[in-house]
Design a protein around this ligand. Structure first.
Ligand code: NAD
Ligand code: TYD
Length: 367
């Protein structure tokens, strides 16, 4: 919060307004679907190719409102399948790649680290190789954008912020795999001059978030009257950003970011988990017309996550100063919009919480 006063001024670096073909990987997931929607609607002259394997986290229902638009196309491809990647690049001849496809949940990474090595590290290197091979004769106007996380920087104490210069210090298999993929992206820039750009963002929240992560899990559990499992002492801190604000930051970085650069993206919005959960409970009591305090009664302290990072906080001064980006909604507004979305999309929640989800939930919370 304290950094917001420094957010002034804009330095324009680069803007490519020519019609483009862009492959967005992971476009059926949480953040990817918001990025796909923004690009398809804001740039009708672009061709947007959503490349996604449709794992448990990918859901084409997320894009139902825009999937008939003429500039939207879908390719069901796993980034581990190099032949399929080659075919998609040859078919569409992309100018840009915005790479979001990943295994993204820390708790799953603790149970199955290799899945994270395969998709996040090897999958990213496959994509880099395909882009490098396909663009070998002309790198002009090309861009490979890797969407990454602030978790690569490790954990903060009570004070301080992650800047673009903070040393990498990942602790979970998830953050280690994202750190490795960031290093490969930079290595392809330095070694092969691949025109890359990277952003590292704080925790996102918003519509279409898979209900294994804190906010959507707790919204779903309040709706269904299940316990709210707070890990450890509940005093862990995260810096929350509304997903649509992340999508506008990605738009800025893709079009105006400097080649080879890194941009930190964050909400200037730190919350201790327990304070966030109490706010969520209060809003849900109001929206569900339940007695004040009834959702809070569901809070249950459970065993801590191993290797749990104490605090994340992003210094997003650079993206504001160089690209003029800043978040557009307050946390209370964004959280209220998010809860409304879940209450209005119960069919979506029912679909994504059937099947594999039940096994995951039992494994994670009933062990
Ligand atoms: P998500 O788990 O909701 O979606 C991931 C998408 O990738 C899904 O559509 C899935 O089907 C697809 N995918 C997974 N493995 C694949 C594979 N092998 N081949 C092709 N597609 C595959 O993730 P998210 O929360 O939307 O995160 C998107 C990206 O943003 C990730 O790279 C993540 O590391 C990064 N990020 C997320 C957050 C956050 O708070 N969620 C914050 C910062 C950065
Ligand atoms: P999460 O949404 O998994 O994001 P990340 O681990 O990538 O920050 O978790 C956010 C915070 O909430 C984190 O400190 C762990 C905590 N948490 C719980 O206390 N209970 C839960 O059931 C989950 C999923 C997370």
């Amino acid at each position: 919060m304290g950094l917001a006063k420094h957010l002034t001024g804009t330095v324009k670096i680069h803007f490519n307004t020519m019609a483009q073909t862009i492959i967005i990987t992971g476009g059926a997931g949480f953040i990817g679907s918001h990025v796909v929607r923004l690009f398809v609607t804001r740039y009708p002259e672009y061709r947007i190719i959503n490349l996604d394997a449709l794992t448990y986290a990918g859901n084409l229902e997320n894009l139902r409102d825009i999937d008939q638009l003429p500039n939207y196309h879908f390719e069901k491809v796993n980034i581990l399948d190099t032949a399929a990647l080659e075919m998609v690049f040859s078919k569409w001849n992309p100018d840009g790649v915005i790479h979001l496809a990943a295994e993204s949940h820390v708790d799953r990474s603790i149970n199955s680290p290799l899945d994270f090595v395969y998709t996040n590290v090897i999958g990213t290197v496959n994509l880099l190789n395909t882009a490098k091979h396909h663009w070998k004769n002309n790198l002009e106007g090309k861009r490979f954008y890797h969407v990454s996380t602030d978790e690569v920087y490790g954990a903060l104490g009570d004070t301080g912020f992650f800047t673009e210069e903070t040393r990498y210090d990942p602790h979970s298999p998830y953050s280690a795999s994202k750190a490795a993929s960031d290093h490969f992206v930079r290595a392809y820039h330095d070694t092969y001059q691949l025109p890359v750009v990277i952003s590292n963002c704080s925790n996102n929240y918003g519509p279409n978030h898979f209900p294994e992560k804190l906010i959507p899990l707790f919204i779903n559990n309040v709706i269904t009257g299940k316990p709210l499992p707070v890990y450890g002492d509940g005093l862990y801190t995260r810096d929350w950003l509304f997903v649509k604000d992340h999508a506008t930051a990605i738009d800025k970085v893709f079009h105006e970011g400097k080649t080879g650069a890194t941009y930190n993206i964050g909400g200037f919005n730190e919350w201790k988990n327990i304070d966030l959960v109490k706010l969520l409970c209060r809003l849900m009591d109001e929206k569900l017309a339940r007695d004040t305090g009834s959702s809070e009664k569901l809070i249950t302290y459970v065993k801590d996550r191993p290797g749990h990072d104490r605090r994340y906080a992003i210094d997003a001064t650079k993206i504001n100063r160089e690209l003029g980006w800043k978040p557009s909604v307050t946390f209370e507004e964004g959280l209220s919009l998010t809860i409304d979305w879940y209450l209005q999309n119960t069919e979506w929640l029912t679909h994504v919480t059937s099947g594999e989800y039940q096994q995951y939930y039992d494994r994670q919370y009933h062990k």
